[in-house]
Design a protein around this ligand. Structure first.
Ligand SMILES: O=c1ccn([C@@H]2O[C@H](COP(=O)(O)O)[C@@H](O)[C@H]2O)c(=O)[nH]1
Length: 272
């Protein structure tokens, strides 16, 4: 998907919500465990109930890899369902990959060709030759970890190296890489106070912002400092939406939570 289509969807739906599909079999309603593929049954119900409220879905691959072959099959069915039923929705494989060049190419093929995701999250710390193989794919997006939402972000990412914080070096250096127009960046909602500085370096890029809801990040603060001339934000919530209820009406409960966030986003879009 090209970025302009994503922007059009945001304007149409008055939403820049990304719903995280982080399926934990211990947290889903019990009746689904009797299904042949409980993970896909859960995702399908969530997607059917929420697709009109969001512009992106983000399965975190850890939640599928943890269930072995069954998990990977459920991930494949989920992306196929999204691409068939809702091709206008942006899809993110939150896989946090990146390796030496030829290995990165295989990761890129796995997520962009075999699974046909629109984007994949990638760690920057193996450098240019580990990221450029992802960037080489036309109309696909590489979402680079810049400043993550967790406490451990302060261990390395905010440390000053040769006079500049490491996350700023990641942003600046990555802009010089081939096909850097295919880059987006992860910035945690819990780090909203860094967004003004981040926008100085990457004014035009889309940011994937996890950390509202369960991690305590504030949507209004993210919008105040992170929104740009083309909105430029995808705000993710996973547990706060998909585990709103463990009852048979779990999908309706998820839709209520998604609607609350969408309405907050609509207010922010009017301000913008
Ligand atoms: O900095 C980061 C990068 C990725 N994540 C992922 O986003 C979701 C957040 O889930 P919630 O349940 O809404 O907290 C999850 O898949 C994380 O692995 C992140 O939180 N922070």
């Amino acid at each position: 998907m090209v970025t302009n289509e994503l922007i059009q969807q945001i304007k149409k739906k008055k939403s820049f919500l990304c719903i995280g599909l982080d399926v934990d079999l211990n947290k889903i309603p019990e009746h689904l465990l009797k299904e042949e593929d409980p993970i896909f049954a859960f995702n399908k119900a969530i997607i059917d109930a929420t697709h009109h409220l969001c512009v992106a879905y983000k399965p975190n691959t850890a939640f599928y890899e943890a269930y072995g072959l069954k998990g990977w099959k459920a991930l494949e069915k989920t992306i196929n369902y999204l691409n068939e039923k809702h091709p206008e929705i942006f899809t993110i494989a939150d896989a946090k990959r990146g390796d030496i060049g030829n290995t990165s190419t295989m990761y890129a093929k796995a997520f962009f060709e075999d699974l046909a995701f629109d984007s994949v999250t990638v760690a920057p710390y193996m450098g240019k030759d580990s990221v450029e193989p992802f960037l080489a794919f036309e109309n696909k997006h590489t979402i680079l970890l810049a400043l993550t939402s967790n406490q451990g972000a302060f261990d390395f990412q905010t440390k000053t190296v040769e006079g500049k914080e490491l996350y700023k070096q990641v942003l600046e250096t990555s802009k010089t890489w081939e096909n850097s127009e295919n880059l987006m960046y992860v910035v945690g909602a819990t780090k909203a106070e860094y967004l003004a500085d981040i926008r100085q370096i990457i004014p035009d890029s889309f940011l994937l912002v996890p950390g509202v809801g369960a991690q305590g990040g504030n949507l209004q603060d993210v919008c105040k400092y992170g929104m740009n001339h083309q909105i430029g934000l995808l705000i993710n919530s996973s547990r706060g939406i998909i585990y709103a209820s463990k009852d048979p009406d779990f999908a309706e409960a998820a839709a209520i939570k998604a609607k609350e966030l969408q309405q907050e986003m609509e207010v922010e879009l009017k301000r913008y």
